[in-house]
Design a protein around this ligand. Structure first.
Ligand code: FE2
Length: 450
């Protein structure tokens, strides 16, 4: 009897390994709206996948496409013609030669509340700077990567989605000089076991910053930026990636929040280019570039016409408002910065918040404006990379209304209340999901009365 049990246990274990053996990383939930949902998965070479999802006794099929990727077998499962506000159980059947395996999970479509009832309460997670140690390729000395169990705490959060704020993986010398190097770092990070539960737990959206785009402080001159853009678009699952095959900027809507995903690298002038020439802002020095800023302005005006939107979150890797930072910040691109600030004032765009990363510390910077509501720059960093201590000109930053340094952390942004009392609460949480600090702002406080 004991022998039979042991043999059965061995069979179950082997079948489990078999199932795992066909999957390199994922499944990861991607862009999800009211009527469709993306599931991303990377499989061993030659493996294929078919998919179904079911809710309330109804089964739907999916469109499966394979990315044009010579290094990894990335498959996208697009569930469509779904019902809003519904939780679906999905099943992926994976086949390779004589091996078969089944992966299951669930996703929930966004609800149709507009013109019917108040926006649902919901939350999302955000964070930046993810470094996983790989000692043979890392700088010698103390490992730069911290405790990656933070992703287990994040996977347990009952949040609607995760927004990766850049430096989502760190390319090193072995990666950023070649096409296969860029693919290697993305695939290696995505396949790490500690991330697999998180990929499945909620949809993931992302922007990039220098380290997942290319070398430290990389700008528009990076010669592999086309590959980098392709890698980013293949290893994430955003709704779109720039326009006319340039940049990775995009936008999505979650209930009453519009999220603008900015690209602060593809079009960026070098940080060391002069801020001003003959006392005037240098018109050549740009962080986002004319094409992207033009899109952003139009997208904000478009958003303004949508009466159901309470908050407009502009997410970008580099900080935006920090007046005393010795490091990169949108302010150091005065031509574009001043123009954009004037635009926000002139057009009275309400509910704007900046959400940024990169700094290896967390803080909220406040900028007062004459006759207008104040602007805030919420910086969340780092998830696992080295931490930073407030020092130098930033030791007592007078514009900082909340600060967390020397601690790994992530942000949880929760939206609650009816339209008149709609409120955003931002919690900064530590490695075990423990509350470090909290701050809140209402939609009314981000509104300029006419
Ligand atoms: Fe960065």
């Amino acid at each position: 009897m004991k022998k039979i049990v042991l043999v059965l246990m061995a069979c179950v274990y082997t079948l489990g390994l078999w199932a795992q053996a066909l999957v390199q990383s994922g499944p990861m939930l991607g862009h999800t709206d009211l009527r469709s949902a993306q599931v991303w998965i990377s499989l061993v070479p030659q493996a294929t996948v078919t998919a179904t999802a079911a809710a309330d006794g109804k089964t739907v099929t999916a469109l499966v496409t394979k990315d044009d990727n010579a290094y990894n077998n990335i498959q996208r499962v697009q569930f469509y013609n779904l019902e809003p506000g519904t939780t679906y159980q999905y099943t992926l059947q994976i086949t390779a030669a004589k091996q078969k395996s089944t992966v299951t999970g669930s996703f929930t479509t966004q609800s149709l509340w507009q013109f019917r009832r108040p926006a649902p309460d919901f939350s999302f997670l955000a964070g930046s700077c993810t470094f996983f140690n790989e000692p043979q390729y890392d700088r010698p000395g103390k490992p730069y990567g911290g405790d990656s169990s933070i992703f287990e705490a994040m996977a347990k959060e009952k949040s609607d989605f995760m927004l990766w704020l850049g430096d989502n993986w760190y390319t090193r010398e072995v990666d950023y000089y070649s096409v296969p190097g860029l693919h290697y770092r993305a695939a290696q990070t995505k396949a790490l076991p500690i991330l697999q539960n998180f990929w499945k737990a909620m949809p993931h959206y992302a922007i990039w910053d220098d380290h997942d785009y290319g070398p430290n402080d990389a700008d528009k001159s990076y010669v592999l930026k086309e590959t980098s853009r392709k890698v980013f678009s293949q290893y994430w699952s955003n709704p779109s990636y720039g326009f006319e095959n340039q940049g990775i900027y995009s936008k999505f809507t979650w209930n009453d929040v519009d999220v603008f995903l900015l690209d602060d690298r593809y079009f960026r002038s070098n940080d060391d280019m002069e801020d001003s020439v003959n006392g005037m802002p240098n018109t050549e020095k740009r962080m986002f570039g004319k094409q992207q800023i033009d899109w952003l302005k139009n997208a904000l005006l478009q958003s303004k016409t949508n009466g159901s939107i309470a908050f407009r979150i502009i997410a970008t890797g580099s900080q935006v408002l920090n007046q005393v930072s010795p490091f990169d910040c949108f302010r150091k691109f005065p031509e574009e910065f001043n123009d954009f600030m004037n635009f926000l004032e002139q057009h009275n765009i309400n509910g704007v918040l900046f959400l940024t990363g990169d700094r290896h510390h967390t803080e909220i910077i406040k900028q007062e404006r004459t006759g207008k509501y104040p602007l805030y720059d919420i910086t969340a960093s780092p998830l696992t990379s080295g931490t930073h201590k407030f020092g130098g000109p930033e030791a007592n930053n007078p514009y900082r209304v909340l600060g967390v340094d020397q601690l790994q952390n992530y942000a949880k942004l929760s939206f609650s209340g009816d339209k008149k009392n709609r409120k955003l609460t931002v919690q900064f949480l530590g490695i075990k999901g423990d509350l470090i600090k909290e701050w809140s702002v209402t939609a009314a406080e981000l509104t300029t009365k006419k």
